[in-house]
Write a protein that binds this ligand. Structure first.
Ligand code: TXA
Ligand code: MG
Length: 481
């Protein structure tokens, strides 16, 4: 199929509406990100959206409406008064409300749920298109599933060329991140996805919002998948000052190329200007607008890793951090340090590691751990000398570890054997520190009950071995990619 990218003139909007009424898909600009639209009542067209995007079938679409009469074509009235207040305050704009659905709406659009996510966009082209079609338009973001959402026509073209007939070009998106999704079928309403409108603004209308989970299951199917992921490994750094500098220099010295994304003023303050960097501007609004374009741009120069420095979770900052966390390296790319009680050796290794090697995050566990036990005071003091902290550590038994780690690193050879017996499916991933480093320095001895000096000697030993472990981890990671 030939894909036309056309300036969103009145003629082209008419043409787009015609294509939609024939059951075709059209990409169009909205104030948040570009959408991939279809007639919301056309089941076959909705099916095409899933095929074109490579989208999981259980992930429902957002329905876009022009006005209140059009809203009532898809949503089942009556809505609670406070929900109407919310809509009146923020519509048209980057807010999506999950509400009871009309049965006539395509079940494919709803992902099999009895609710529908609706939004009234403010972008003039989106509104003209809705007016021209005269029907609601179902539209997810116009990217291939798993890629950053497109904030200009070029990004849509990059992902969907040859798969759809028309991309309406309306220039760069104003907000740059997707809408905020709020479930109003719950009381209190739940924030399913932070987005273009900050939590604080919503809460002034409806009071505190509930978290997105219920009984541990996410209510918003789309939030389960890894998203916004460029080809490079992404690591989010939230610190500042010396801690940040040292994390960055470790990443920079590591194998492969590193790119850095941060506010312009943060980039300017870095001790060594990275060779590849992308400025997110100065305000959170700037950063929202440029984040996805930045991830795509860096992808084109193809670094091995991207470090993003971001620390604000106020207003739209919450949505930025949320998208960054989804773009981050997968949970199976983690390191698990293992000892017996998970109160001394393995937590010390974890803390020392995480302080330096953010690209692969470490956790720890114990073969015989008591759930929730804190680290020993001596262990806390020993890692504090290295600038790391174990104040929030809580012990957990190996049996509670659910995600398969990249590598399990035990403190002794016996522990490695015991771990292999307990988790035979992980056998090839389990070895003692000495085995991983191919050097026979024996076991890391248990300092439990000993003096602070013994603890400190263990911390020093671990600290001296971790840079070599980093090499082993990186090699293994590169092989598994
Ligand atoms: O800003 C936006 O919202 C953009 C523009 C194009 O409007 N659209 C967008 O759509 O981001 P999409 O499909 O990429 O994200 C829709 C999100 C997903 O997380 C999906 O799971 C959730 O909304 N969603 C849709 N219908 C839902 C429902 N009935 N219940 C719960 N979550 C729903
Ligand atoms: Mg999307």
């Amino acid at each position: 199929m030939n894909t036309v990218v056309a300036k969103a003139s009145a003629d082209q909007v008419e043409r787009a509406a015609r294509l939609l009424s024939l059951g075709e898909l059209v990409a169009f600009p909205t104030e948040t990100v570009y959408g991939l639209g279809c007639d919301a009542f056309n089941d076959q067209a909705a099916q095409k959206i899933f095929e074109v995007k490579g989208r999981p079938a259980d992930n429902p679409l957002i329905v876009h409406v022009l006005d209140w009469p059009m809203l009532l074509e898809v949503a089942e009235a009556p809505l609670p008064t406070w929900a109407i207040q919310l809509a009146r305050r923020f519509w048209p704009g980057p807010l999506t409300l999950v509400m009871p659905s009309r049965a006539s709406l395509s079940p494919r659009v709803r992902g099999g749920l009895n609710t529908v996510a609706v939004r009234m966009p403010s972008h003039p082209v989106a509104r003209d298109l809705l007016r021209a079609l005269g029907r609601p338009i179902a539209a997810p973001s116009a990217n291939r599933s798993g890629r950053p959402s497109p904030t200009d026509a070029r990004a849509v073209d990059e992902d969907l060329r040859g798969r759809i007939p028309l991309i309406l070009d309306g220039g760069p998106s104003e907000v740059g991140l997707e809408s905020t999704v709020v479930d109003i079928t719950l009381s209190p309403p739940a924030l399913l996805r932070p987005g273009g409108i900050g939590r604080e603004a919503l809460e002034t209308v409806v009071g505190p919002l509930a978290p997105p989970t219920q009984g541990g299951l996410s209510r918003s199917p789309g939030t389960r998948y890894r998203h916004y992921a460029p080809k490079a490994r992404v690591v989010v750094l939230t610190g500042d000052g010396d801690a940040l500098q040292s994390q960055l220099s470790v990443l920079d010295q590591g194998p492969g190329t590193l790119a850095v994304m941060a506010k312009g003023s943060v980039l300017a303050k870095l001790a060594k200007e990275p060779s590849r960097c992308f400025s997110l501007g100065e305000t959170a609004e700037d950063a929202a607008k440029t984040l996805f374009r930045g991830l795509r741009e860096l992808d084109r120069i193809d670094p091995d890793s991207i470090a993003v420095i971001w620390d604000t979770d106020q207003g739209i900052g919450e949505a930025i951090l949320n998208r960054l966390r989804k773009a981050e390296t997968k949970p199976e790319d983690t390191l698990l340090f293992l000892c017996s009680g998970n109160t001394c050796r393995s937590p010390m290794a974890e803390a020392l590691w995480n302080q330096r090697y953010a690209l692969v995050s470490a956790s720890s566990a114990g073969l015989l751990a008591t759930s929730g036990a804190p680290a020993t005071e001596s262990a806390k003091r020993a890692v504090a000398r290295f600038g790391a902290s174990l104040e929030n550590h809580r012990a957990r038994p190996l049996a509670r570890v659910t995600d398969e780690p990249l590598m399990v690193v035990t403190m002794t050879a016996d522990q490695a054997q015991a771990a292999r017996r307990l988790r035979p499916e992980w056998t090839s991933r389990i070895a003692s520190l000495s085995e991983w480093l191919h050097e026979d320095f024996g076991d890391i001895i248990d300092p439990y009950g000993s003096s602070d000096e013994v603890y400190q000697a263990v911390a020093r030993k671990l600290d001296s071995l971790l840079p070599r472990l980093w090499q082993v981890v990186w090699d293994r990671m590169s092989k598994e990619r």
